[in-house]
Design a protein around this ligand. Structure first.
Ligand SMILES: [Zn+2]
Length: 85
């Protein structure tokens, strides 16, 4: 697990792509991350191919780390997260 500081420095060096969007799978409603410039993603939940251009964008973040934090919050709100053991 990378710390936020490591993520930030990687991001500043350009190793991690910039703006990242949180998009919704049109088939199952699952949430996933799509980096700016990515044309399509495969849904990790149902395997559907999602066109990043036409997919519903729920939020955008300035980097992949922030996007993953936002995604976690959105999942919590949606009740999408799996119950913790
Ligand atoms: Zn899906």
């Amino acid at each position: 697990m990378l710390s936020k500081r490591v993520w930030k420095s990687l991001s500043e060096k350009g190793y991690i792509m910039g703006q990242t969007h949180i998009i919704e799978c049109s088939r199952c409603g699952g949430l996933l991350l799509a980096a700016e410039g990515k044309k399509s993603r495969t849904c990790p939940y149902c395997g559907a191919r999602i066109d990043a251009k036409t997919a519903r964008k729920l939020a955008s973040a300035e980097d992949a780390f922030t996007a993953s934090e936002v995604l976690r919050e959105l999942k919590k709100q949606k009740g999408f997260s799996r119950p913790q053991p």
